[in-house]
Design a protein around this ligand. Sequence first.
Ligand SMILES: *Cc1c(COP(=O)(O)O)cnc(C)c1O
Ligand SMILES: [Zn+2]
Length: 431
Amino acid sequence: MAVQAVESTSTSTVSLGPAAALSCRECGTRFPLGPIFACQECFGPLEVAYDLPSGGPSQAAALKKRIEAGPDNIWRYAPLLPVPADVADKPNLNPGFTKLVKADRLAAELGVTGGLYVKDDSGNPTHSFKDRVVAIAVEAARAFGFTTLSCSSTGNLAGAVGAAARRAGFRSCVFIPHDLEAGKVVMAAVYGGDLVGIEGNYDDVNRFCSELIGDPLGEGWGFVNVNLRPYYGEGSKTLAYEICEQLGWELPDQLVIPIASGSQLTKIDKGLKELIQLGLVEDKPYKIFGAQAEGCSPVSTAFKAGHDVVRPQKPNTIAKSLAIGNPADGPYVLDIARRTGGAVEDVNDEQVVDAIKLLARTEGIFAETAGGVTVGVTKKLIENGQIDPAKSLVVLNTGDGLKTLDAVAPTTGPTATIRPSLDSFREAGLG
Ligand SMILES: *Cc1c(COP(=O)(O)O)cnc(C)c1O
Ligand SMILES: [Zn+2]
């Protein structure tokens, strides 16, 4: 197995659609497509580089037509992703094309007049945005001949890998911090792959996985967010593509995106820039805002202090899916927030719970704690004047509230419990 993986690295015979090479985000050095994630020159992170069409008007029109005629999932954007052209015919969970909800009642509550939308990724196959990134990593794992799919997870990724591995015919073994929410643990275990709880936080789990990759025990293993990370990351671009297509091929003015490792935020920015470059949307300025929980806010702390370096924290928050104390893409998030004129902000656990309830009460969308972080930060940024309420705004809900019931259970329940009689109902005063 290891031999197969190494061979494909050195020969670069793999065919992943328009993906041309891996390129270092720090020094630009290029490497053949393979299961590597760090630059051999400077240890910088690698990302996928493409041969994309030039973006002339007729090419843009043809590409738009092709996308619109594609399947109702992320594979409609296959010409812009590191996947084989026949990807839609392979066994995969086919995530994406989730709802972009025009949130008028939430807008009224928050005073937004420029158009407020919630991109609701709880509608994915395992109920979080992670199905997008895993779907791309699965295709890379196939191409490189891996037989086991793995990951270090804050919860949602473990379920997404477990399910995708089953569908695609891989063995899976995923790693989580031992103290996750019951909904996340059950969801990660039910698909039948191996699930290992590690006594430690996410950063400990991630360190363990890095060690496993370097050990013979991990031979033939594709860790979707470690040695397949360059491919995995590209899945988040589909959020940018979908949002713009659903807005009628237009860029939103402002986006609020949750931050765990920061990968999603940086790749949404990459996706938006590609759409501009390809001529699929008209170029105009957009602002990207990042959202963290106060109990794990290394990026927002650095942003507010004006630092370029993100100092690691020990997480302590109910938003466990975002609880990465040492976020790999933190510095890139800072760059993007500053370049676009956005910001990074955080809210405390009480505000997270209030925001979950606000979104549920106004729009009928039940978000997990990460969604509460994003909505809560949106409210805060409107109140402090950093988000312009007269301009369009897209807020991401990246996960499903059913997986984090404990966050709201103590303050949510039946209005009354009555005997099955009209008298009893009358007494409760609810008629
Ligand atoms: C993983 C995750 C994110 C963001 O992850 P990044 O590491 O920043 O890409 C956001 N929301 C939910 C629900 C997640 O599970
Ligand atoms: Zn480099």
